[in-house]
Design a protein around this ligand. Structure first.
Ligand SMILES: Nc1nc2c(c(=O)[nH]1)N[C@H]1C(S)=C(S)[C@@H](COP(=O)(O)OP(=O)(O)OC[C@H]3O[C@@H](n4cnc5c(=O)[nH]c(N)nc54)[C@H](O)[C@@H]3O)O[C@H]1N2
Ligand SMILES: Nc1nc2c(c(=O)[nH]1)N[C@H]1C(S)=C(S)[C@@H](COP(=O)(O)OP(=O)(O)OC[C@H]3O[C@@H](n4cnc5c(=O)[nH]c(N)nc54)[C@H](O)[C@@H]3O)O[C@H]1N2
Ligand code: SF4
Ligand SMILES: [Mo]
Length: 690
């Protein structure tokens, strides 16, 4: 009996980062456990990660490429070989480009899972197509891009050093381990005495343990941020020396936040004046203090101003680039992302992005997915005929799901790569089975902003005849006549990415991770990487691009008699977005979609625990099951995100039944800088369903 233990890192259940030891017997995955000796995760892991073996051997996994036989979406498929599948893929894309130019084809990616996102961008850039749709406008780009414009780097919470205070804002790291900032590290900081302030409409576990819980009205984070800036500037709680030497625009900022005293902020956010003042004082007086910001602030039509205001809080309180504050990290010494994606091979790319047609920030690598689908539907500003979707299920995860449905059905050719059949994949012409992370060598966290990359060596061969995405793209690239830019094998790709570090993939796998230099106070030598060399409280870049250079507030969604509740969402604890509802170990822990309702509201509406509830917004209605809880305000409800039903294949997976994005829309207000749609704070009404 051949047995081996493989040390690797989790992947595809969130952004990854936990170390695992996997037992392999006779080429089969037998057992998985958290690696106590992993220097980063230190034995921390979650239930999702432990489900990796069940995922790999799940009976519903896609095994062979599938070619559509009947009507689109009818569920009739013919199994085809990889050779045939790749020929079809390359043929369709070549044809479309030949007839309509590179703009007539497009790609779409979900949350990046490993290297595959970068190889997809590489292929797109080499084909000179600017159409790569993604969810970046609602995931990380609001934080990253506004920070880059304001202070020249993306400030991450520094869990490497002790901190006096954590201001946890719209993030729940113990549930989500957001981009690899593992919940375990957050809990460690609390154990070491960090004082905690939580800004969240839900009384989460973190909120329960907080010194101050700001139970904010959903969608009013911009107002609270302006209020904290107001208290800090009027009570002189800011770091005078840092502000004088290293920031520009302080007088203008002080003026801009003057209209937001605690009384005004209290009225708009539903918080008490005292709590707002107390929070401002605690954060400003606890140096070093870190602001651990999350995805919730990126889901409003004022996302860019909200995120920018939070960077200003870090700056005014002197917490940028200090140990235990918010710091700059560097990618380890591996190939730069711009090189890997062959950015230079596509001159004029930024000007060709669909974003340009809509006034969205020129610096983005991707197109907001709703905008790509809109363009496909309207065939404007130019017709898009072919689409390749990788690791995304936009029928569930993109705003305005019905519009996405119409767009996908409007395509001449749609190919999808996934691990399982999904509602989105079921509309494809060609479905490609992707390998899971224990089945091939990959690099985790590449290009994400936390300064580490993690080795994800495979432990076994892919189940069925699934292929890693990086292999699909590599082989497809060569078939597009781009041989010189692709590799004989994916292993060569991995070695090339690691080459600048001087180590091989094998050595990387043994080492487990590579970290970039992390340095504090780097601005003392070079200043900040902004036009003025300072933290720009008044942003010259925003002004130049035609956006509001100082924090602006609102407008906010309002409830009324017809839609009396404010609806918000958060990520599912036991699933990754829309993924993995078919994995029993996880589904048993969270069997059905739930909407959290306060007992007072439930009582008034005659809704009891577990009862089906119709949630109606201006855009449509869905049904979820009542979870009655005092963890929220009576005027707020929190619905589950990501639901469809793998067990209801015959009914099209019942994808409209409980899908939150059937009641969001891409037609409402949008952030002018990033195209962010309103995903939280949506007015709704509820009724019980018998
Ligand atoms: N209303 C609302 N909408 C949201 C959000 C919200 O909070 N509320 N959150 C937004 C955010 S932050 C994001 S990032 C997006 C996420 O949106 P998506 O990325 O579209 O979400 P997923 O549901 O993770 O889609 C992933 C699909 O990838 C498959 N998959 C997993 N691993 C692999 C792999 O290695 N290869 C391939 N080919 N497939 C794989 C899974 O089986 C699943 O079907 O959703 C956004 N949409
Ligand atoms: N288990 C699990 N982990 C994940 C994911 C997953 O799907 N499942 N997805 C991954 C991805 S791609 C991302 S982007 C991250 C995101 O991870 P996080 O940054 O933690 O984001 P969310 O879970 O979307 O929301 C965080 C908190 O925001 C609160 N919230 C809701 N509305 C508002 C509001 O209006 N204002 C404020 N201040 N708070 C609000 C919610 O109650 C929730 O506690 O998680 C990653 N990790
Ligand atoms: S916390 Fe994230 S990286 Fe860790 S085991 Fe869970 S899903 Fe994997
Ligand atoms: Mo995300």
């Amino acid at each position: 009996m051949a047995e081996k233990l493989v040390k690797t890192h989790c992947g595809r259940f969130d952004h990854g980062g936990c170390g695992f030891v996997v037992l392999v017997r006779d080429g089969r995955l037998e057992q998985i456990r958290a690696d106590k000796d992993d220097p980063y995760s230190k034995g921390y892991c979650c239930q999702k990660g432990l489900a990796a073996i069940e995922r790999a051997y799940h009976p519903d996994r896609l095994e062979l490429p599938l070619l559509r036989k009947g009507e689109r979406g009818a569920g009739q498929w013919e199994q085809v070989s990889w050779e045939r599948a790749l020929d079809i893929l390359a043929g369709e894309f070549r044809d479309a480009i030949g007839k309509g130019g590179p703009e007539s084809v497009a790609f779409c990616q979900g949350a990046p899972k490993g290297l595959e996102f970068f190889i997809l961008l590489r292929l797109a850039n080499l084909l000179n197509t600017p159409n790569v749709g993604a969810s970046q406008h609602v995931c990380h780009m609001p934080r990253e891009q506004t920070a880059l414009a304001t202070c020249g780097f993306f400030p991450v919470p520094d869990y490497e050093a002790p901190t006096g205070c954590i201001l946890l804002w719209g993030s729940d790291p113990v549930r989500t381990n957001e981009e690899g900032v593992l919940g375990g590290r957050f809990l460690d900081a609390l154990r070491h005495g960090a004082k905690l302030i939580v800004v969240d409409p839900v009384r989460t576990d973190a909120a329960r343990n907080a010194r101050i819980w700001l139970q904010i009205r959903p969608g009013t984070d911009d107002l609270l941020a302006a209020g904290l800036l107001h208290v800090i500037t009027t009570e002189n709680l800011f770091d005078r020396e840092f502000v004088e030497k290293w920031t520009s625009g302080f007088p203008e900022l002080r003026e801009a936040v003057r209209p937001f005293p605690p009384s005004v902020v209290a009225a708009g956010t539903g918080l008490s004046e005292d709590r707002i003042i107390e929070a401002a004082r605690l954060y400003a007086n606890s140096a070093p203090a870190m602001l651990h910001w999350g995805n919730a602030i990126e889901h409003s039509p004022n996302s860019s101003q909200t995120c920018r205001a939070l960077v200003l809080l870090m700056a005014l309180t002197g917490n940028l680039e200090v140990p235990g504050g918010n710091v700059k990290t560097e990618l380890p010494n591996v190939m730069r992302p711009a090189e890997l994606i062959c950015l230079k091979k596509f001159p004029g790319r930024a000007d060709k992005l669909l974003n340009r047609h809509h006034g969205i920030m020129p610096r983005l690598l991707t197109v907001p997915n709703w905008l790509l689908f809109r363009s496909i539907l309207e065939q404007a500003p130019y017709p898009i005929k072919c689409l390749y979707m990788q690791g995304t299920n936009p029928l569930i995860s993109c705003s305005g799901a019905q519009e996405v449905n119409r767009a996908l059905r409007n395509l001449h050719f749609l190919a999808v790569s996934d691990i399982f059949m999904t509602p989105s994949a079921s509309l494809a012409d060609l479905v490609l089975p992707a390998a899971t992370h224990l089945e091939f060598n990959d690099i985790g966290h590449y290009g994400l902003p936390h300064g580490h990359i993690f080795a994800r060596p495979g432990a076994v061969d892919p189940a069925g005849s699934a292929w890693p995405d990086i292999k699909i793209l590599n082989e497809w690239g060569k078939r597009m006549g781009l041989d010189q830019y692709f590799w004989d094998t994916e292993q060569e790709m991995l070695e090339e990415v690691l080459k600048p570090s001087g180590i091989t993939y094998q050595e990387f796998a043994e080492q487990g991770m590579l970290s970039g230099k992390s340095r504090y106070y780097s601005y003392l030598e070079k200043g900040f990487a902004t036009p003025s060399g300072k933290v720009e409280l008044y942003s010259s870049l925003f002004e130049g691009w035609g956006y509001q250079p100082l924090p602006a507030v609102g407008p906010h969604a309002e409830v009324d008699a017809e839609f009396p509740f404010l609806l918000t969402t958060r990520k599912p604890r036991y699933f990754f977005h829309s993924g993995y509802r078919q994995i029993k170990r996880l589904r048993d822990r969270d069997p059905s979609p739930k909407i959290m309702i306060h007992p007072e509201a439930a009582g008034r509406l005659g809704i009891s625990e577990g009862q089906a509830v119709r949630i109606q917004t201006k855009f449509g209605s869905i049904v979820q099951f009542a979870e009655i809880s005092k963890a929220i305000d009576p005027g707020v409800v929190v619905a589950d995100f990501g639901w469809w039903f793998p067990e209801k294949q015959e009914e099209g997976f019942a994808w409209t039944e409980s899908n939150i994005n059937c009641i969001t829309s891409s037609n409402g207000p949008k952030d002018p800088v990033l195209g962010t749609v309103q995903l939280r704070a949506i007015p709704c009404r509820l009724e019980s369903v018998s």
